[in-house]
Design a protein. Structure first.
Lengths: 98, 497
């Protein structure tokens, strides 16, 4: 299960929204292959009968009373925005031009 | 006032309560120490002298007015830069959050302020808490006060170094796979990872949400217990916070009676790959525990051999999801917003520019482990290993009150020596990771210096979930015996800075 290709790394980088150079893709392909080969051994040990644990100390139905509480003000929320306009976050274009 | 910086938090608290010193005098002594040595140590990313003195003056004024103060009122503390503090820079050691000032306080920070603990500044760390050396900080590494050419551990190397350099008597860390305990071990200080859910994660910038836990760091077991009491407790803002009363950790630290306490030696944590001097000091500590009346037995936890592999699938998976929020839209860095680039391109450029190599590596590893076709084989299998590790702990705690191991396989290694070898760096946490996977409580405390390099060695104590007080009972007794044998604390042996 070793040997992750540069094309696979490029796909992962796209999924993770990381714009990497070709040189970086090669470097990470090499390092990720070594790491993945090493961690693949988790598949050796647990049989199908072992349940998965997602949380070490599980709590269920943690709810607070349904009462209105003060939240972050518009001013506070926007205070650190890279760009803003009319009391809202200003972001680059979302849709492709035709 | 040089004397003040060498005092324990307990001693400072007593001096403050008696009126022998003011919070301002204590704060000034520590701020002066930081000004004197931190250019070389680089434990702090941010110090706001005026802000700190304002807080100290306010505490002095209220004490003079007769207000009833908390036990640590006026004692200074170093805060890991991964916890949000309103209006103060919070970078997580990353360029992604350079200049960001949070609009709210983490619950831990709010509790520190409510307890009138004086916050000296924010400490250096591996970027977003990923690393074991603090070398992955975007702002340069922290240096180990024992030897400035060596690592202070990580990710919380700044907090541990601040303690060891006498820049602060108390510090806050966060521990996802050993980031409190391993830095404590390699700097000759004490650190505790509480039971998962004991200390609120609200306002802690998440690395891996099912593993992260804030905790107390100090130079003595008792000081660590005092800080533990100040920050632990239920928080409605954290849905994984435990709603239960906790026993008095300070009383546990003072008990100093190990008669009949059953201590389990974990066979899988301490053999091959552990430095000779680490093993030697550990064996001596085991003999000391026995002489103090503890009943030491060997236990086996075979699944621990798979803990590191499981951890490096679970952690990257959770981190790739948690760090998706750093996209340059609402706060933090934004790169390439020139009117031409689309939002996706801006996100890609921002994240490539804002994240360092270790963060990038782990995000991609997690993206891989969670991608369709690999999910069951990697993330699914790792979660099953987590179950097996919990079962091993359950079996061990059926016969033992606590478990012990060396905290870290080696003493502090030279800066730069493992930087481009991620797997070798990951092995630093081989003994601490099982504790995070299972949610237990763990402590590291100094047990001596390795003969071959004269650097501190840490012993890890592990307690069952919700059994945090046992850490302090065993740690307090062991520390008292060691201090009696040495005639002083271990940091008295550290070279002058």
């Amino acid at each position: 299960m070793s040997g992750i290709t540069r094309a696979e790394v490029a796909h992962l980088a796209k999924l993770a929204r990381l714009t990497l150079t070709d040189e970086q893709l090669d470097h990470y392909a090499e390092q990720l292959s070594v790491i993945i080969e090493s961690v693949a051994r988790v598949q050796e040990v647990a049989g199908a009968d072992v349940p998965a644990t997602s949380h070490p100390v599980p709590l269920v139905n943690v709810l607070r009373p349904d009462v209105v509480q003060p939240g972050l003000s518009n001013l506070d929320a926007l205070a650190m925005a890279p760009a803003q306009e009319d009391g809202r976050f200003r972001v680059p274009r979302i849709l492709d031009e035709e | 006032m040089d004397d003040l910086i060498r005092r324990s938090a307990r001693e400072l608290a007593d001096l403050l309560q008696s009126g022998a010193v003011s919070a301002r005098e204590v704060a000034v002594a520590h701020l002066d120490r930081i000004a004197e040595v931190d250019e070389r140590v680089h434990a702090f990313l941010h110090v706001d002298r005026a802000h700190t003195l304002t807080q100290a003056d306010d505490i002095d004024a209220r004490r003079r007015a007769g207000e009833q103060m908390g036990p640590l009122a006026g004692v200074p503390l170093a805060l890991k830069d991964v916890l949000a503090m309103r209006g103060q820079p919070t970078t997580c050691g990353s360029k992604m959050l350079e200049g960001w000032r949070p609009p709210y306080n983490a619950t831990v920070v709010q509790r520190l302020l409510d307890n009138d603990i004086v916050i000296l500044g924010k400490t250096n760390m591996d970027e977003f808490a990923m690393g074991s050396s603090t070398e992955h900080s975007a702002y340069g590494p922290t240096h180990n006060p024992w030897d400035l050419t060596r690592i202070p551990g990580g990710s919380g190397g700044g907090s541990a170094a601040a303690l060891a350099a006498f820049e602060a008597p108390l510090a806050i860390g966060t521990d996802t796979g050993g980031s409190i305990r391993q830095p404590a071990a390699v700097t000759g200080t004490v650190g505790v990872k509480p039971t998962y859910g004991a200390v609120s994660r609200y306002g802690l910038v998440a690395l891996a949400s099912s593993l992260d836990q804030p905790g107390p760091c100090a130079r003595t077991v008792e000081d660590t217990a005092m800080l533990h009491m100040a920050i632990a407790g239920h928080d409605p803002k954290d849905s994984t916070s435990l709603d239960m009363p906790w026993p008095d950790m300070v009383a546990a630290a003072q008990r100093r009676d190990l008669a009949g306490v059953r201590v389990g030696l974990v066979r899988e944590l301490g053999g091959e790959g552990f430095q000779a001097g680490v093993r030697q000091r550990f064996d001596e500590a085991v003999a000391l525990l026995t002489s103090l009346g503890a009943d030491v037995v060997e236990v086996s936890c075979p699944s621990f051999d798979y803990a590191l592999a499981a951890y490096y699938l679970i952690l990257p998976s959770e981190c790739s999801s948690n760090l998706a929020k750093f996209d340059g839209m609402r706060y933090g860095l934004r790169v390439g917003d020139d009117g031409d680039h689309s939002v996706e391109q801006v996100m890609g450029l921002t994240r490539a520019a804002g994240f360092g190599p270790e963060v990038t590596r782990r995000i991609m590893l997690g993206t891989y482990a969670l991608s369709s076709g690999y999910y069951d084989a990697y993330y699914g299998s790792a979660q099953k290993v987590r179950t097996l590790i919990q079962r091993d702990f359950d079996a061990a705690f059926a016969t033992c009150d606590v478990l012990i191991s060396p905290t870290s396989p080696t003493t502090a290694f030279p800066l730069g020596s493992k930087l481009d070898d991620p797997l070798s760096m990951y092995l630093q946490d081989v003994a601490t990771i099982p504790v995070n996977l299972a949610g237990n409580a763990g402590m590291s405390l100094p047990i001596g210096l390795a003969p071959e390099d004269g650097l501190p060695v840490g012993l890890q104590i592990i307690a069952p979930i919700k059994g945090d007080a046992r850490l302090y009972e065993v740690g307090g007794a062991l520390e008292a015996a060691l201090h009696a044998a040495w005639g002083h604390g271990i940091l008295a042996e550290a070279p002058a800075l």
